[in-house]
Structure formats: structure tokens, C-alpha cells
Design a binder for this molecule. Sequence first.
Ligand SMILES: Cc1cc2nc3c(=O)[nH]c(=O)nc-3n(C[C@H](O)[C@H](O)[C@H](O)COP(=O)(O)OP(=O)(O)OC[C@H]3O[C@@H](n4cnc5c(N)ncnc54)[C@H](O)[C@@H]3O)c2cc1C
Length: 396
Amino acid sequence: MSNTSGREIIVVGGGIGGVAMALALAKRGLRSRVLEKAPEFGEIGYGIQQGPNAYRMLDWLGVMKALEPQAVFTKNMILIDALTDKELTRISCGPAFHQRFGAPYTVVHRRDLHGALLDACRQRDEISLHTSKELVDFTDRGTSVIARFADGSEYEGAALIGADGLRSRAREIVIGDGPPRPAGHVTYRGVVPFDQIKDQSHFDDMVIWIGPNLHFVQYRLRGGTVMNNVATVVSGKFARGERENYGGPDELTEVFSRTTPHVQEMLSYVGKDKNWMLHDRDPLPGWTRGNVTLLGDAAHPTLQYLAQGACMAIEDAVVLAAKLEKAGKDVNAALLAYEKERYLRAIRVPITARIFGEIIHCDGGARDLRNHLMAQRTPDTTWEVDWLYKGIEVPA
Ligand SMILES: Cc1cc2nc3c(=O)[nH]c(=O)nc-3n(C[C@H](O)[C@H](O)[C@H](O)COP(=O)(O)OP(=O)(O)OC[C@H]3O[C@@H](n4cnc5c(N)ncnc54)[C@H](O)[C@@H]3O)c2cc1C
């Protein structure tokens, strides 16, 4: 049996999930080694939304103080029909929201969030950080795990945590369910200085314009100095079986051509030279084998429509660290207990995100019904997200 006492935990992948994991382990007095494939730690330069469930975890991890000056505290989450510019519904994130969920809704730059976690890791003696380490394989000896990397190096730990993202090598070994599922949805992003934004009426709101096969998200970042813009289309080419070269800028323009001039104009805020083909996986259990488990996108990747992929990775980290602290000699039992506690909550996100994608992208009668039902909501109606935002308690 493997034993955590005095021994380090190997964390593969230094994204938001991996560095949150190392920090959570350090807070529990456990040592870890984070091994990241890229030559440098870092995140792409766009926004990320943090539900109140993630805020409370980040607060426990001790990074909110560093992050708050950069964060924008969302006042309302607003859905607008992209074909008419008519507001459909809003969730107020004011005092009642704060009271109900025990924390605010915030949006931050990914580099600010990842940077705050990384800086906190660098201040902890329990954590060592390595780059240019690509996991290729591991052997679980029962009493320890030996991880092997592309540069020939090997590291031994009491457990291995695969936090290596959507195309996880650790998952390939543990579950082996092949590549992730392309959704046929394509995203374009852009961060623009706030003074270049024409319509500044949604100053502190998170706004989503929704329409047939498309949506556009906008919110401010970095203390409000820049606007984050995200345009997503459901590719017709992909749906027709054209699996190569789908979702190009021509399709972006075409799918948005039915939207109002205001929405079409906002497409100038996103870069057209790069896009993201969205993927998820059909949720599966079995993240844990022996002394190895998976976390974040490696375990339960999701489409971004609930804005919760990173939030779930952070929750995973907090729960897993608590289980490992109490593992004693039975690391496998601790990892299985982590998976059991996280499984249904974590997979509810990708399943619900797919449904939410259908709702925001619908057309015809479905769109009419959606708009009608959304109009019945009040800004204080939060039942759809209650289970999500109420979150989890930090384990004792
Ligand atoms: C358009 C878009 C918008 C989103 N918006 C939100 C949002 O608003 N809120 C939210 O909570 N989530 C959001 N998400 C989801 C979020 O980005 C992910 O869920 C989150 O980044 C997952 O973190 P992770 O650490 O599990 O994986 P990753 O961030 O993918 O990190 C994995 C790390 O592992 C490294 N790695 C990979 N393979 C290996 C290997 N073999 N060996 C060593 N290292 C390896 C990678 O280089 C990477 O650094 C969004 C996603 C998209 C696509």
C-alpha cells in the first residue's frame, strides 16, 4: 500500500487545476511536484468566469486577496436575443445573490487567476515546479508510482494526479476512451481596451447575446480596463459531415448574418486568425486506478456554456487534498473516496452544459418558447444554477 506520510504527490499538468491542486495539498501539509509539458507555466490571454462556488474555494486557498484588485464583480448576468437585441432575462448578482451563495460572481483574466495560484505555489516549500516535462507513462508499484517523462526523467511519488487537461495522457492510460468528442462548435475570442467598445451600457454586467447556432459573450477584465469578447458558432459544415476546416471566419460571418447590426459590429472585437474547436467527452466514472487519479478537464471536460470547467477543477483540488491528508496508508481508498464525492456533481456540468448549449442556440418554435419562458423569470430567480453556485463546503 502507498502512504502519503512525508512523501510527495506527483501532479501532472500545471494549468489552473494542477497549480490549485499543489496549493491545496500544501495547505494540508502535503508535498507535491508539479510537472508541466510546456516550456513555461502560463495561460492564454482571455477571460474566465468564477461562480461563487469557485470564489469560496479560491478564498480558502488564500489567493482572492491577490486576485480581487484585478477581478470585476459582476452586477448582472444578462441574456439578450441576438436577432432583436431584446433583453430576455437577467440574474442579479447583488446582495441577495451574495447572501444566497455566500460569495460574489467574479470575472478575471486567466493569466491573473493562474498567476495568483502560481505565485502562491512559489511561496510554499512543500511545492516544486518543473516545466518541459511531458508525461509519457507511469508504473504503479502499489507502494508508489513512478512517472516517466519525454526527456527521460523519472519521478516517484505516493500518488499521481493527472491534471493534464482535455487530451490527457494520464486519462489515456487510466481510462483509454480515445480522443475527446468534437462538438462542432467554434469559438473566437478577443480582449479589447474598454474605451474602444462602442456600447458601454453593460458596464459591470456579464452579457450573452444568444441566437440560432450562435452566441456572443462580453464582460470586462483587469479592474475593468479591458473588455473580453467571445463569439461562438455551431458549424453547419461540421453538421453536414465536413469534419475538416469547419468553423472558419466565413462561417462566423455567415452564421451571425441574421443578428442585429449591433451584434454583427461586435464581431470586430474578436480575432479572426485563431479559433478554438470545442470538445468535451461523454462522462464516465473510473478516474482512479490504483494510486493514480484524474482531475479537472482530464476527468470531466465540458463545453464552456456554464462557465464552470475551471471552477470544477478547483473544487476537485480542494476535495482531493482533504482526502489525501487523511489517506494514511491507503492512498487508493482516498482517491476512490475523492472520485465518489466528486463524480455526480462534476459530470452534471458537462451534461447540463450540452443542454444549455441547445437552449441558447435554438431557432424557430424552440426559440419562441425559450424567449417566452425566460421572460417569466425575475432577476432573483436562480433555481437553474442553485445546485451549482451553492457549491461545496471545504472539507474539515
Ligand atoms: C472558450 C472557453 C471558455 C471557458 N470559460 C470558462 C469560464 O468562464 N469559467 C470556467 O470555470 N471555465 C471555463 N472554461 C473551461 C476551462 O478553461 C477549463 O475547464 C480549465 O482550464 C481546465 O483546467 P485544467 O487544469 O483541468 O486543464 P488545462 O487548463 O488544459 O491544463 C492542463 C495542463 O496540462 C499540461 N499537459 C498536457 N499534457 C501533458 C503531459 N502529457 N504532461 C505534462 N503536462 C501536460 C498542459 O500543457 C496544461 O498546462 C472555458 C473553456 C473554453 C474553451
